[in-house]
Structures are given as structure tokens and as C-alpha cells.
Design a protein around this ligand. Structure first.
Ligand code: HEM
Ligand code: HEM
Length: 187
């Protein structure tokens, strides 16, 4: 019998689903927090909001490491029977780009923070290593990179969400349902 926390041939286990939806929720929150914080006047509230933004972002990075490790030990369920080869390849490609981005986007943000002169304690508690010297020019360049990467993430996530909705509403298959419930209608 399949174990509920592991993936099976046609269903996602609870651990993979937990990582997926937790990271998705945090990434969406990060877009809102990042943009709101960016627009604020320089006040203590703005600096606090950035501490939250950075802390949640570092959390996404830690979750990404754990998720990828779990992924290597847990092959995903197969796409619905009859999915054309090009669609399987495109789906796999988009998923690996998303995996890459949940590492690169937080790392680029950390780079901005590290080049700035603002010391950063995750959740106001855990001091983060200061790896590079304060450099205003580098900070601005890193901020451009971080912003560009977040826009790429946004675009790829929109394609990803559109694909999930297409599976559910147009193809009437289990792809979205099994990520939500962990069950496939074949069981
Ligand atoms: C899932 C991870 C993350 C997402 C989706 C994200 C998203 C964003 C967004 C949408 C903005 C506003 C874009 C702009 O107009 O510049 C932003 C800004 C910023 N983020 Fe992140 N971020 C993430 C992680 C991090 C992390 C881990 C840090 C630092 C440890 C960080 C530090 C910053 C900083 C310092 C800015 C302001 C950049 C500037 O000065 O323009 N971010 N982020
Ligand atoms: C409301 C938003 C989202 C929906 C509806 C959604 C839906 C789905 C679904 C249905 C799958 C399963 C695909 C399959 O069975 O082959 C999936 C997989 C995946 N999703 Fe999402 N997703 C969302 C947001 C996100 C976000 C924000 C990220 C990352 C930034 C993400 C990253 C991934 C990855 C990497 C996989 C592949 C898992 C694997 O093969 O190991 N998703 N998503």
C-alpha cells in the first residue's frame, strides 16, 4: 500500500503537497510585501516590513532546499495517460525553472541586503552572515537583478497557473485535483 506522505505513481504525497502550497503562499505574499515595502516612505515601519520580507524570503530558501531534497527521493506522479511528449517536456521544463527560481530569487534578494549597510536579523532574531562589504553601487545593481528575477518568476508562475487551470477546466483531468487533495480519481 502507498504511504500517505510519499508520492505514488498517480498521486502526490502530503509532504510534496505541503511544500508546494506553503512555498506558493509565501511566494505570493512576498510579491505583495516586496512591492508595498518598496513604495513606502522611509520610516521605521518600512524597515520592519523589509525585515519581514527578507525573513520570509530566507524561509523560502530553506524550504526550497528541503523540498528539492525530498523531490530527489520521491519521483512525481506520471502525467495523465495520453499527454503528448512535448507537453510532458514543457511541463517538466517549467517545473525545473520554478525550482531554480525559488533558489535564485531569495539569493538575489539576500545579495541586495548584504551589499546594503542595513544589518539583517532574520525574524529580528537570527543574525545573518555578512558576506560582502557594503557597496552602494553593487546594492543598486543587485536590486535591479532581484527585481528582474521577480518579474521572470511572476511570468513563469502565471504560465504555470494557467496550465493548471487548463488541465482542470478544459482537459478535465486530475492534475490540479491531485495537487489539492492528494487523491487521484483512479483510486
Ligand atoms: C521568494 C522570495 C522573494 C520574492 C518573491 C521577492 C520579491 C520582491 C519584490 C516583488 C520586490 C519589489 C521589487 C522592486 O520593485 O524592487 C522585492 C524587493 C526587495 N527584496 Fe525581495 N523577494 C524575495 C526574497 C528576498 C530576500 C530573501 C531578501 C533578502 C534577504 C530580499 C530583499 C529585498 C530587498 C532588499 C528589496 C528592495 C530592493 C530595492 O532596493 O529595490 N528579497 N522583493
Ligand atoms: C495558485 C497557484 C498555483 C497552482 C494552482 C499550482 C498548481 C500546480 C499543480 C496542479 C502541480 C502538479 C503538476 C503535475 O502533477 O505534474 C504543480 C506542480 C508544481 N508547482 Fe505549482 N501551482 C501554483 C503555484 C506555484 C508556485 C508559486 C510555484 C513556485 C514558485 C510552484 C511550483 C511548482 C513546482 C516546482 C511543481 C512541480 C513539482 C514536481 O514535479 O516536483 N507552483 N503546481
Amino acid at each position: 500500500m502507498a504511504m500517505w506522505f510519499r508520492n505514488s505513481d498517480d498521486a502526490w504525497g502530503s509532504v510534496a503537497r505541503g511544500f508546494h502550497w506553503l512555498i506558493a503562499a509565501l511566494v505570493i505574499a512576498q510579491f505583495l510585501i516586496g512591492n508595498v515595502a518598496e513604495e513606502m516612505k522611509l520610516t521605521p515601519a518600512k524597515l520592519d516590513l523589509f525585515v519581514w520580507h527578507k525573513s520570509i524570503g530566507v524561509t523560502v530558501l530553506v524550504l526550497a532546499v528541503l523540498r528539492l531534497a525530498w523531490r530527489f527521493g520521491n519521483p512525481p506522479p506520471a502525467p495523465p495517460a495520453g499527454t503528448p511528449a512535448w507537453e510532458r517536456r514543457l511541463g517538466a521544463l517549467v517545473h525545473w525553472v520554478l525550482y531554480a527560481l525559488i533558489f535564485i530569487v531569495p539569493l538575489s534578494g539576500w545579495w541586495v541586503s548584504d551589499a546594503s549597510r542595513v544589518p539583517f536579523r532574520a525574524y529580528f532574531l537570527v543574525p545573518m552572515p555578512d558576506l560582502i562589504a557594503t557597496d552602494r553601487g553593487l546594492q543598486e545593481a543587485a536590486a535591479e537583478v532581484h527585481e528582474a528575477l521577480t518579474i521572470i518568476l511572476l511570468c513563469v508562475a502565471i504560465v504555470h497557473i494557467a496550465a493548471a487551470l487548463r488541465h482542470h477546466f478544459l482537459l478535465h483531468d486530475d492534475v490540479l485535483r491531485r495537487m489539492l487533495t492528494g487523491r487521484s480519481s483512479k483510486e
